[in-house]
Design a protein. Sequence first.
Length: 442
Amino acid sequence: MDIQHILTKLGITELNEMQQHAVEAITGSDGDVVLLSPTGTGKTLAYLLPLVQLIEPSQQGEVQALVVTPGRELALQSDQVLKSMGCGLRSTACYGGRPAMDEHRVLKEVHPQIVFGTPGRLNDHLDKNNISRYHIRYLVIDEFDKCLEMGFQAEMQKLIKSLPGLERRILLSATNAEQIPQFVNMSKKGTLIDFLPEEEQTSPRVTLYTVASPQKDKLDTLRQLLLSVGDESSIVFLNYRDSVERVNDYLRHQGFTTSYFHGGLEQRQREDMLYKFSNGSANVLVATDLASRGLDIPNIQNIIHYHLPESEDGYIHRVGRTARWDATGRTFFILNSEEHIPDYVEGEPVAYTDLDCKQAEPPLPRMSTLYIGKGKKDKLSKGDIVGFLCKKGALEPAEIGRIDVKDRYAYASVSREKVQQVLRLTKGEKIKGVRTIIEPVK
């Protein structure tokens, strides 16, 4: 059933702007979608209308979509909205506070294609095979800011990990999230739809600076600026992929330890670069605006606009990388003689006058990142890696930083001063009885 027929049945003349954007984003791509819009604007219909178009009618008896809600009321309400659409799809709501056995009987009778429910109850049904996990392609998390609060974290993580065929995630919230969850793939095809009213353009905890570049080419001015901020974590934003690579190559030649990030990199490269930066193995990230949205990178202190943002929205998302939570941050506009601060920038930037710093050499980061060629599918855990690095690599626990174990590989940050020692001592050694690649991420 097409969308217009459903709207006619509901007595709705046309969708509002937010709903139009949501329908286009969900039906027009195969990536994840995050929708931010105030309460009462019709977010339930905004995701249900496109979702019913994605459900495969030939899979009559299988659950294809889970809609996760923080409470039973929203689960019931959303289920009723779907039923009122009259689109012919079967659904039910599952939630705590009533016997799971009763819901199991309903699941067997209804054979729903969409199930609405709370995280704990959905996990219960999946664990008991009351809901088959193998045909679920779509996961909607309504009020995801609440679903991902501490009380739900473990349940949500378990739920997401238990869906082997999951293809897309749709997240909705009426409040601005400080971070988009890591399991949302915003770095590749993800779309953020933000209809929240903006009370202020950027955080008042961000100080704005202008940096004058005597030359049209700003490379030397950028070098001086980065020297002046020392070992603080900084993102340098540019508008083009080739510019990112040019600036990154220059900074590395000057002795800076950098990561770089743009849409032309392979997925493994993207993960390497972001992991290096986020775990303190690189002080500088050189990136396009792809790094301004949805990436979980903590503790950014400086945002540097090597190229001016192409829009106000782009500016807001860039600066939104810093001064998160209660932290402070700085943003710098590097301007040559032909450039000026865009009119949309609110506030009065001050001239930055500390370029003539005494530090002649770029500061080295405290950590380095190792790539390990085994992961969860090989029964490798964080504890296994810590034990291996301490026993075989002769490291102290304090010399080991963040460890992330993926399905087929892992990253570990270790003290930069000890990385060569680790590589030498672990060469040819086995981890959990298996030899594997261990190499630095460059």
